[in-house]
Design a binder for this molecule. Structure first.
Ligand code: NAI
Ligand code: MG
Length: 372
């Protein structure tokens, strides 16, 4: 089996995504202390504030990353005239590993989404978005759902154009989606492997094959075919996306791993974040064969940027996924436990969760709680 998302400078047995493989406690002394080069992209809006908080926590945790800080997004545009500067790409090519803040993308005209370009450039075909209830007393308790989203095909390929009519240059807009059998099989295999490795019982394939018969029909067929290889180990079921959206509100506990296409995954992962307290709680991992980029599901939150009140939990959880990716599952567990202690035992929360802590105060509290 290929090693997914393993940076070129990692030894294969050191880099295995998502929890399996050696734990830190089983590693040799030299593997444990090895420094791992990683690219750090502060990003736009609340990005630099939450990144600063996360890096402080990772330092206190003794995480192995040696950061190479680079710009992208509006910050890249301001620094070097390009929202995705060449030196940022070169850094990720070198490290194969990045932690990034959100990047602002202008709506409508302007440049193409830097996130989409990054995913294409490094063929980050799998987007893994776990959502777990951390703060009790919300609308839903005990949510534990992992969404696996195909990350480079579908409607995000950017095949769009206008047809001018009677002097109106934008009289008609046309957009096409692209799903390939190979790409659909690849993401399905990733989802089922993830389920097996993480002790998950079921994968729900979400599609719209009743209407988008070719585009999502192909995705569904490929997923069902791959599912057969996992018969007896992982259950499979299928849902049409609109029904799935409703079921997520009525009975989210029926879901375990959700496997879906790019656009549906984008939409459903925000919905799922809403089940666990909102976007401030939802991390994501973009995994490819040569690189992995970890980030929060949320965007640059321009409405609260610069106020020091953003919730850093989503990015801290993304850092946990990054630690697991490089086989530091023990450190990831320690950080998650500290987050649980701060959020639940101390009841300290940022404003989006009904609290009054600043980003900085929250990070200080997490650092205090790393040891109990
Ligand atoms: P958003 O996720 O930035 O914000 C939506 C709402 O959630 C806002 O009210 C915001 O204040 C709140 N929010 C988000 N993260 C929060 C946090 N950590 N703590 C507290 N509150 C938080 O979505 P929006 O406003 O639609 O997008 C803003 C920009 O971000 C756009 O340019 C968009 O393209 C970009 N974006 C970038 C992403 C990325 O880099 N991965 C992902 C999503 C959007
Ligand atoms: Mg989104």
């Amino acid at each position: 089996m290929p090693i997914i998302g393993c940076a070129a400078n990692f030894t294969p047995n050191e880099c295995q995504p998502f929890m399996i493989g050696k734990q830190e406690s089983q590693m040799s002394g030299s593997a444990k202390t090895r420094v791992l080069p990683a690219t750090l992209i502060p990003g736009d809006g609340i990005g630099p504030e939450i990144l600063e908080a996360v890096v402080r926590v990772l330092d206190a945790l003794g995480a192995p990353f040696a950061w190479d800080e680079r710009h992208a997004g509006m910050a890249g545009l301001a620094a070097s005239g390009d929202p995705l500067p060449e030196d940022t790409l070169a850094s990720i090519r070198r490290t194969g590993l990045a932690l990034k803040g959100p990047l602002t993308t202008p709506v409508g005209g302007g440049y193409r989404s830097v996130n989409v370009r990054l995913r294409e450039e490094f063929q980050l075909y799998a987007n893994v978005r776990p959502a777990r209830t951390m703060v009790p007393g919300g609308r839903y308790e005990n949510i534990d759902i992992v969404l696996v989203r195909e990350n480079i095909e579908g409607f995000y390929v950017g095949f769009e154009h206008y047809i001018p009519i009677d002097g109106d240059p934008h009289a008609v807009a046309i957009g096409s989606g692209v799903n390939s059998r190979a790409g659909s099989r690849r993401i399905a295999r990733f989802a089922f492997d993830y389920a097996v490795r993480n002790g998950r019982r079921k994968v729900t394939v979400v599609h719209k094959a009743n209407i988008l018969k070719a585009l999502t029909g192909l995705f569904l067929d490929a997923a069902k075919e791959v599912a057969q290889e996992y018969a007896g180990r992982v259950q499979v079921e299928e849902r049409i996306v609109d029904a799935c959206a409703m079921q997520l509100v009525l009975d989210p506990w029926q879901f375990d791993v959700i496997l879906t296409t790019n656009l549906f995954g984008d939409i459903l992962s925000d919905e799922i974040a809403g089940l666990v307290g909102g976007l401030g709680m939802a991390p994501g991992a973009n995994i490819g064969e040569g690189a992995a980029i970890f980030e929060a599901v949320h965007g640059s939150a321009p409405d609260i940027a610069g106020k020091g009140i953003a919730n850093p939990v989503a990015l801290m959880l993304a850092a946990c996924l990054m630690l697991e990716h490089v086989n530091r599952a023990d450190s990831a567990r320690r950080l998650r436990t500290a987050l649980d202690r701060v959020l639940v035992r101390d009841g300290m929360r940022t404003r989006d969760l009904g609290g009054s802590a600043t980003t900085h105060e929250f990070a200080d509290a997490v650092i205090r709680r790393l040891d109990g």
